[in-house]
Design a protein around this ligand. Structure first.
Ligand code: SF4
Length: 363
């Protein structure tokens, strides 16, 4: 049930924001391209990490046309180390659509924005409210937590009942004036005051309106459904060197896990595979390479959002010539210095760091 206090929420929040807003580079502009880039970078990534990427990215691709013209490899290189590379590929693809379909102007309608690759309800709401001053909510994890607490929503927030309720409240609360500031205020409140653990309620501008605080159950909100255990997988990769000491890397097609990035050749093991046998199989099946793995050098552990992996690293010799793998897969010999110019994932960096600095071909 809405109460009088609820109607005060936007004003209280905006007053607080004016005094407490964080000085962030993307808040110095209302250029929709810059807002868009910032919002995509900020997905799943901390503000402090994003700032230098944001500045470098805009220096390299200052407007949507520059981004659309760029090679996807260069965009991935600028994204290197941030993870979730599909964001970069989709941003690049969407820039192409904006140039082709909208003459280089970022669309102002929700329907048009949502059709762009990678632009979901949150990103579209953020662009429309922040850059165009339109009355749309931008509901991310922080906003979900704040609203769930403000309205003491005890159902799991990843279930449809709570999701629908929070979405409706979020839309209703957005004020007609300064919707962009309001959305950013809610995000700031979520990240700095109404934090996942130990929210700083005494410092909160919305404390008087907060139903969870009144009930004393703010620490147990938001509830979540019981998380499934993160699956663990095993993989094996090959370090194949030529007599110049260069390493063979592979670039997989643009979509899928780590698509468009350069990596060591190899793949996931199947159940029952010994690592070296699994490696031989995946090199044969995926790249038509006849490999002779040596003794395992080391293994590295790596975590993705939806699974973790142990990667066994083998020195390998290749029998016969390196064939042209054809299709979208590319193979390339790269010197250690050349690797720094290619877009590689964090996993590859871990392997490179652990690799003995051997210049000779491995046995
Ligand atoms: S009073 Fe506490 S729980 Fe409620 S919104 Fe503010 S910080 Fe969050």
């Amino acid at each position: 049930m809405p109460s009088n206090r609820d109607t005060e929420i936007p004003r209280l929040l905006l007053d607080w924001y004016k005094k407490n807003k964080r000085d962030l580079p993307w808040r110095k502009t209302r250029d929709p391209y810059r807002t868009w880039v910032a919002e995509v970078l900020l997905q799943q990534t901390r503000v402090d990490t994003v700032i230098p990427y944001y500045e470098r990215f805009l220096k390299r691709f200052p407007d949507v046309r520059a981004l659309a013209r760029a090679r996807v490899d260069d965009v991935l290189k600028a994204w290197e180390g941030l993870g979730y590379y599909s964001r970069a590929r989709q941003l690049h693809e969407a820039a192409g659509v904006v140039v082709k379909k909208f003459g280089g102007t970022i669309p102002e309608e929700m329907e048009d924005l949502r059709k762009l690759p990678g632009v979901g309800a949150y990103t579209a709401g953020a662009i429309l409210s922040i850059a165009f001053g339109r009355r749309f909510a931008a509901v991310d994890g922080n906003v979900i937590r704040v609203i769930a607490r403000l309205f003491a929503i005890e159902d799991p927030v990843d279930g449809s009942t709570a999701k629908n309720r929070i979405g409706a409240i979020a839309e209703r609360l957005v004020p007609a004036s300064e919707p962009g500031h309001y959305n950013q205020a809610l995000m700031d409140l979520g990240s700095g005051i109404c934090t996942p653990r130990s929210p700083a309620c005494p410092a909160c501008p919305l404390a008087a309106a907060c139903r969870a605080r009144k009930k004393g159950n703010q620490e147990s909100i938001p509830a979540k459904k019981k998380a499934a255990a993160v699956p663990h997988r095993e993989a094996a990769v090959a370090v194949i060197r030529n007599d110049r000491g260069e390493i063979l890397l592979v670039k997989r097609p643009g979509r899928g896990l780590l698509g468009g990035l350069w990596s060591f050749p190899g793949g996931f093991l199947k159940e029952g595979d010994a690592p070296s046998a699994g490696l031989r199989r995946s090199l044969r099946e995926e790249l038509a390479l006849k490999a002779i793995p040596g003794r395992e050098m080391f293994s590295v552990e790596h975590g993705y959002s939806h699974f973790s992996v142990t990667v066994h690293v083998f020195p390998c010799r290749i029998r016969g010539a390196i064939p042209d793998s054809g299709g979208d897969v590319q193979l390339r010999w790269v010197g250690i210095t050349g690797i720094s110019r290619l877009a590689v994932s964090r996993l590859e960096k871990k392997i490179l760091k652990a690799l003995p600095s051997c210049k000779k071909p491995l046995p």
